[in-house]
Design a protein around this ligand. Sequence first.
Ligand code: FES
Length: 98
Amino acid sequence: MSRPVRLIVCINRRLGAGQRSCAGSGSLDLISSIEAMIAAERLEVPVVKRECLGHCESGPVMRIAPGGPFFTDISEAQLVEIVTRLKSFIENHDANRA
Ligand code: FES
């Protein structure tokens, strides 16, 4: 049985001088926006905060799980596309579970 669909958002902040990280690049500011967009679409998808997804130089980073795409260098403008991809992923995920 596969795990339910969720959106993982990296909230890690690397403290070393000059080290880029998701929180340092604004990931925390994106969470409320993407949660509101997911709710507006009536998607029952939790937004899960995680510490580092291994793409620190390309933050903010999100990933659709289980096994979905990564999104890097995310800005507010890209959130609509991420929600669209999330809806498509859910449809395929549900079809595979049926
Ligand atoms: S700090 Fe976000 S992927 Fe490492």
